[in-house]
Write a protein that binds this ligand. Structure first.
Ligand code: G3I
Ligand code: 9MR
Ligand code: ZN
Length: 532
């Protein structure tokens, strides 16, 4: 269906900035109507954007004046209508819950009961013993979350997802406290939310070698076809250790300690011990070039030759939690060479920055100021791109990479950080706009989160969803990818399609429409941040 008016389909908080995009060549009047048809606000979309990313002219309008809770839609003067959307304090409550439930549904190695998982229930999967390729180690590596549309389990992305979920947990206490495990009979000494994160932490612990280093991943040799997880029965291969996996694990375990301490000191002590052992191993590891798939294995590589930012994150996080001078010195030495930024799995410096800025322990005040200035300057660059874009993203106009929706969420996180550092609301507004983009105010006019919004993705590259013929709810799609990196994208799109429209809501398009735990976690961290 041709669309012309673009809004956040899940809606807006009453006090939030509310912008819409109209695909048109001239200023356009519009009206906001209640779902019963009563007009409540009239405006003009009069900010013209020559939108190269989407290959079109856009006019942007503002209806922030609509603050009363309710259901609305927009009608343009030439009679085009938007999707229906809500205004209210609770508009994202369901989105948050669904996006969080996804992690439970991605659990590997246990029965997912029918009462809790409905259509997506399945018996325990990947229960076989894991083996390293050279046969040097054989061990139980069951548990954790399936990474994505495939069934691999990768330490780096898992650590990133847990870190982001913990940030989300601390930024929106209402949601964190209200979160219940989909399995009503599940028992735990921890809040359900922390229990979910523990499921991944426990698995990562099984991936730690005796010397403290972390195996990079556990997966079969190749991606399987679109079958249910319990039907993937090939050998479970444990890939070699990597610096990135080891550093990420050290960092996230240290970060997790204070969350678990008050519920179970013994578990917190275990996290601390694992963290320190991984850190020591990381320091003695030199694996230049990063992890590369051994020739026998073709599952997700998550290669990242630059490991200084993972070391930076680990040092900062261990210093914050444990206070040893060694960790501080390591962080400050790395920071003297270069500051790092990024909330991705490749670039992770921002986690380090947040840890260093938020510790109560002694720090180098001059370095702290440098980090803050550098974070604000990054946010200013993002803000300039945001202002130039018709839909409020800050991806620029040339390339939308694989997982562009992660970059969207991460830009939002950098903007949020700048708001926290400066108190300037312009950053918070722009951060909110990243959520609105993901939930429908984008050139595809689609909500990139399954089952959230009136027109959301239906055919994600996700094996259980593909097999069962229904999209699992609450999954964040990778979004447009202008590399045309899979056969469906190559066949359906051409080099002339503008980057922001290089998206196919089709099961086969893994470079545009796969889902991952760390795209969900990035989305959740941002959603919790802008609503805190
Ligand atoms: O780091 C280089 C950068 O230096 C260069 O400028 C840029 C331009 O091509 O490429 C960068 O590397 C890219 C890398 O992502 C980091 O952004 C690779 O080319 C690109 O192929 C790679 O894509 C990754 C993709 O796997 C293929 O390996 C995605 O980020 C990553 O999210 C995705 O992850 C997959 C897992 O392998 C398997 N599970 C599903 C998951 C999601 O699709
Ligand atoms: O399903 C796989 C997906 O999870 C990965 O992100 C993607 C890129 O590594 O690869 C997908 O698997 C495809 C494989 O690479 C090529 N043959 C088709 C597979 C999809 O069914
Ligand atoms: Zn599994």
């Amino acid at each position: 269906m041709y669309k012309k008016v673009f809004i956040d389909q899940c809606g807006y908080l009453p006090g939030a900035e509310k912008k819409l995009t109209i695909r048109c060549e001239q200023p356009m009047k519009f009206e906001v109507l209640r779902s019963d048809g009563a007009g409540v606000y009239g405006g003009v979309a009069d900010v013209r954007i020559d939108n190269k990313a989407a290959g079109e002219i856009d006019y942007v309008g503002d209806f922030s004046a609509v603050t009363a809770p309710g259901l609305y839609y927009v009608r343009t003067e030439d009679n085009c209508e938007s999707e229906v959307f809500a205004v209210g304090e609770d508009v994202y409550d369901d989105v948050f819950r669904k996006a969080m439930d996804f992690f439970y549904l991605q659990r590997c190695g246990m029965d997912l009961p029918k009462e809790a998982c409905g259509l997506f229930a399945h018996p325990a999967c990947h229960t076989g013993i894991g083996r390293t390729l050279d046969g040097s180690d054989t061990r139980d590596v069951t548990g954790g979350w399936h990474d994505a549309g495939d069934y691999g389990r990768y330490v780096g992305p898992g650590a990133m997802a847990v870190a982001q979920l913990l940030y989300a947990y601390s930024r929106n206490e209402k949601w964190a406290a209200a979160y219940a495990c989909p399995d009503k009979h599940a028992e735990s000494v921890f809040p359900a939310y922390l229990e979910e994160c523990k499921y991944e932490l426990d698995w990562m612990m099984k991936m730690q070698r005796a010397d403290g280093a972390l195996y990079h991943k556990a997966s079969c040799a190749h991606f399987c076809s679109f079958i249910m997880p319990e039907d993937e029965k090939e050998d479970m291969i444990i890939s070699p250790v990597s610096v990135t996996a080891t550093g990420d694990f050290a960092a996230v375990c240290a970060m997790a300690v204070p969350f678990y301490e008050k519920y179970d000191p013994a578990y917190a002590a275990k996290l601390a011990e694992c963290s320190k052992r991984a850190y020591a191993a990381m320091k003695s590891m030199e694996l230049p070039g990063g992890f590369v798939n051994p020739p026998e294995i073709t599952t997700g590589e998550y290669g990242d030759p630059q490991d200084l930012d993972e070391r930076y994150w680990a040092a900062a996080e261990l210093y914050k939690t444990f206070g040893d001078e060694e960790y501080r010195a390591d962080f400050e030495a790395l920071a003297a060479e270069s500051l790092y930024h990024g909330y991705g799995w490749v670039e992770m410096g921002s986690y380090g920055n947040l840890a260093y800025l938020s510790t109560d322990r002694p720090v180098d005040e001059a370095l702290k100021s440098r980090i803050k200035a550098s974070m604000i300057s990054l946010a200013d660059k993002i803000l300039a791109l945001y202002e130039a874009d018709g839909y409020g993203t800050a991806l620029g106009s040339k390339v939308y990479p694989w997982g562009s929706n992660l970059d969207v969420a991460n830009n939002g996180l950098h903007l949020y950080d700048a708001w926290k550092l400066t108190g300037d609301e312009k950053y918070l507004r722009a951060a909110g706009a990243q959520i609105h983009y993901l939930l429908g105010r984008n050139p595809m006019g689609i909500s990139y989160v399954s089952d959230c919004g009136t027109d959301s993705i239906k055919h994600p590259h996700h094996r259980p969803s593909g097999f069962l013929g229904k999209a699992m709810p609450g999954m964040v799609s990778g979004g447009p990818c202008s590399w045309l990196a899979d056969a469906v994208a190559k066949g359906l799109l051409s080099k002339d399609v503008p980057p922001a429209k290089c998206f196919c809501d089709m099961t086969g398009s893994y470079s545009t429409n796969e889902v991952t735990i760390y795209w969900n976690s990035a989305f959740l961290q941002l959603l919790a941040s802008i609503t805190e």
